[in-house]
Design a protein around this ligand. Structure first.
Ligand code: SF4
Ligand code: FES
Length: 257
């Protein structure tokens, strides 16, 4: 298939950016989108030009690093699919012949180079969450801590978040509620996560608010998420945050980080 790519090129964080066009006359529909960028980069290197910088690691939808806007949609048009899992046949079926590729556009994710952005703000939220005090060591008996099946499954769904940042990039407010709620919920739903539930919730939500915008229920995050994380987790996070405040745990002698 014949594709024309318009790719955002930016030499560094403060350099001016611009779109550059690349023609790929014989792309295989079975290529992934990252393999398409590999093909373009091989041509650029052969011509002695700077290749397009983009993040990637696992190339199987696990690491969350292959973050880019494809024709204005985070990770492209296929629902529940990370860029590395987006095959060109999915674009061919939609009659796409021109593709615009941009980095995430969000104030909290400054551009480092071309399609690579700095997602350190996500790390600050995780860091604020601290650790859980559930003992580690040898594997406990499977039934020692009974976990209701519904809670285990919901926790597992939340733990599917790969930290890609598509939810932030898709949100008109640049909000990180979906990411933060997923990271909170996979612990807050489990018995092992109860000891620090309230302090963790306050610390992560308040750290999130220092970097990201506010949620106004556009729901674009859920639509863009390659792991189809539900916005129900945002409701759970909001409820836990209010509860943590109402409990006045500071006065009860529990210190917050
Ligand atoms: S919630 Fe979804 S879109 Fe947001 S970081 Fe996690 S996996 Fe990516
Ligand atoms: S490269 Fe790891 S999720 Fe895409």
């Amino acid at each position: 298939m014949h594709l024309t790519l318009k790719v955002w090129r930016q030499a560094g964080p403060t350099a001016p950016g611009r779109f550059e066009s690349y023609d790929v006359p014989d792309a295989s529909p079975d290529m992934s989108f990252l393999e398409l960028l590999d093909v373009v980069n091989e041509e650029l290197l052969a011509e002695g030009k700077e290749p397009i910088a983009f993040d990637h690691d696992c190339r199987e939808g696990i690491c969350g690093s292959c973050s880019m806007m494809i024709n204005g949609q985070a990770h492209g048009p296929e629902r529940g699919t990370a860029t590395c899992q987006l095959h060109l046949r999915k674009l061919e079926h939609r009659g796409v012949r021109e593709v615009t590729v941009e980095p995430w556009r969000a104030a909290a994710f400054p551009i480092i180079k071309d399609l690579v952005v700095d997602r350190t703000a996500f790390d600050r939220i995780i860091e604020a969450g601290g650790y859980i005090t559930a003992p580690t060591g040898s594997a406990p008996d499977a039934n020692l801590i009974p976990v209701p099946k519904a809670a285990a499954e919901a926790s597992m769904d939340a733990a599917a978040c790969i930290g890609c940042g598509a939810c932030v990039a898709a949100c008109p407010n640049g909000a990180a509620q979906l990411f933060t709620s997923a990271k909170l919920s996979h612990l807050n739903l489990l018995p092992q996560g109860q000891a620090e539930r309230w302090s963790r919730t306050v610390a992560m939500v308040e750290t999130m608010e220092t970097f990201f915008g506010s949620c106004t229920n556009h729901q674009e995050c859920e639509a863009a998420c390659p792991k189809e994380i539900s916005i129900d987790f945002i409701a759970l996070m909001n409820r836990d945050y209010v509860k943590a405040q109402l409990k006045q745990r500071r006065l009860a002698g529990q210190t917050f980080p």
